[in-house]
Design a protein around this ligand. Structure first.
Ligand SMILES: Cc1cc2nc3c(=O)[nH]c(=O)nc-3n(C[C@H](O)[C@H](O)[C@H](O)COP(=O)(O)OP(=O)(O)OC[C@H]3O[C@@H](n4cnc5c(N)ncnc54)[C@H](O)[C@@H]3O)c2cc1C
Length: 478
């Protein structure tokens, strides 16, 4: 059977057998087509709405395989998806009929505790990193679900449990190795290819395949002070107001969120909240544990809790706490976000009202406390440009029944539209829903005034837009 693969123009082409045979001979990982038994080993994407059906897959075992895959895609004009952790909500690492470069085998993590840096391969997950760095009582700022990919999350920004103390994931990158569209391996750092270094810190997968990232590490753990207080959803507005007042004087050591959802019965959850709509206030203190429990104490008194699980916890446990509820392939997801300059009473009432009337149980409305170290950089310092807002609101539509697709997506768009009217105009591109969003609600808002410079750098490193399955930046002049 000839292998037919979708090209960059959208047509499909027959890939010459000799070319495929040559690729199979050189790649140390796997070159797979549908029907190969190892096809089942390809890393599954998170979002059940975007399973993808690639016609050709390279599972790279290292940088040399990535170079071969990129050259193969470019020379044959193939539509190429690059999959790190596979958690893109918009399905940006899934492709139908095109070529997939799966980095799951490239999950090495190498900590240098003396230099306080960690080098992480492009297909590693945050759980891989936390496990190794916590051996030395160190942390690289990641996200709040340990199954998400390091590369995709970091290239888009990266907001986790220590963001206010240590900044975004991308702010902690000291260098990266990138295979660009011409098949060359390039270092990106403050001294080497500084334009590429600037662009990959927020500009997503637009500039090449990141085969490794090196992060600065910070002391933390193994135990951290943790607040997890569950209130009835009916108290959503009251709890959010109290959270806002408390946050006004919270030190940078505190990273916190307010969220509203319903979760099924699970052994990791207290029975008081099984199948019960709740508002949760969650917080981590990146510092002394006893001091942290004192600082977080007021969060435990914002109303009458359904249950309060606040206590010192291992940091790796906190990182994995949400994992059981976001298993790959379980949920259909459509998310949208917006930053707020102020959490006014109007915003509180709007967010709480929407949170109490969600279109599906698993839909999650979240208010993230931002600021601290994130806002010490300015908008032009990295491609990630939102450096002033103290709040971000995320409307996370999650459901299981395909018949609900249009109802939940419409609801999320509507709710987002209302909240965004009160916002800064910016959006967080790691929390975007579908890859067919109009640029005005996606990349234009995400990159703001950095868009022009990003388009110039895109034209330099990827003039034909080979890397287009991402929050895409059209090359200048393209
Ligand atoms: C359950 C869940 C929880 C989340 N929690 C957080 C959170 O706490 N904080 C946060 O900031 N975000 C969070 N996110 C959003 C997350 O940052 C994005 O979904 C991110 O894109 C995931 O990265 P990935 O590598 O897993 O994704 P993938 O689907 O593999 O890739 C996403 C995009 O990045 C590109 N990409 C991935 N790896 C590479 C690479 N090595 N080189 C070049 N391009 C690459 C892909 O081509 C694609 O365009 C969460 C998402 C989900 C679904």
């Amino acid at each position: 059977m000839p292998t037919r693969v979708v090209t960059l123009s959208g047509a499909d082409t027959e890939v010459p057998e000799e070319a495929l045979a040559q690729l199979r001979m050189t790649v140390r990982g796997n070159v797979l087509v549908p029907g190969d038994p190892a096809f089942a080993e390809i890393r599954r994407p998170y979002n059940a709405m975007h399973p993808g059906s690639p016609a050709l897959v390279v599972r790279a075992s290292g940088t040399a395989d990535v170079i071969d895959a990129v050259n193969f895609a470019r020379e044959n004009g193939l539509l190429l998806a690059v999959r790190g952790g596979g958690h893109s909500v918009a399905g940006l690492s899934s492709v139908d009929g095109g070529m997939l470069l799966d980095l799951a085998l490239m999950n090495g993590v190498d900590v240098d505790p003396d230099a306080r840096i960690v080098r992480v391969q492009g297909g590693a997950l945050w759980g891989d990193v936390d496990r190794e760095t916590q051996v030395f009582g160190l942390v690289a700022p990641g996200g709040v679900v340990s199954d998400t990919g390091v590369a995709g999350l970091t290239l888009g920004g990266g907001e986790g449990w220590v963001r206010r103390k240590h900044g975004l994931s991308c702010d902690n990158v000291v260098s990266a190795q990138v295979v660009t569209a011409d098949g060359q391996v390039r270092t990106a750092s403050a001294d080497v290819n500084p334009d590429l270094f600037w662009a990959i810190r927020g500009g997503g997968g637009n500039f090449g395949v990141v085969t490794s990232l090196t992060f600065t590490l910070h002391p933390l753990g193994p135990m951290v002070a943790f607040a997890g207080v569950f209130y009835p959803a009916a108290d959503a507005a009251q709890v959010l107001r109290g959270f806002r007042e408390w946050a006004a004087t919270a030190p940078d050591e505190v990273t916190a969120l307010w969220g509203c959802t319903t979760l099924p019965a699970h052994e990791q959850l207290p029975p008081e909240i099984h199948d019960t709509p709740f508002v949760v206030v969650g917080a981590v203190y990146a510092g002394d544990v006893d001091e942290g429990m004192d600082v977080l104490a007021p969060l435990r008194e914002l109303g009458t809790p359904l249950v309060d699980i606040s206590q010192p916890l291992p940091f790796v446990g906190v990182q994995a706490a949400f994992d059981p509820f976001f298993q790959r392939g379980d949920l259909r997801s459509y998310w949208k976000s917006t930053y707020l300059g102020e959490l006014t009473d109007q915003a509180v009432d709007l967010i709480a009202g929407r949170a109490q009337n969600r279109p599906s149980e698993r839909t999650f409305v979240v208010v993230f406390l931002m600021g601290g170290e994130i806002n010490r950089l300015s908008a032009a310092d990295t491609a990630y440009s939102e450096r002033s807002a103290p709040w971000m609101v995320s409307i996370d539509g999650n459901w299981t029944d395909p018949a609900q697709d249009s109802a939940v997506i419409s609801w999320a768009r509507e709710a987002w539209g209302e909240v965004a009217e009160l916002g800064t105009g910016g959006v967080y591109l790691n929390f975007t829903g579908l890859d067919d969003e109009a640029p005005t609600t996606g990349v234009d808002r995400g990159y703001g005034d950095n868009m022009r410079r990003l388009a110039e750098i895109k034209a330099k490193y990827d003039p034909t837009n080979l890397f287009r399955l991402n929050n895409n930046i059209v090359p200048e002049g393209g």
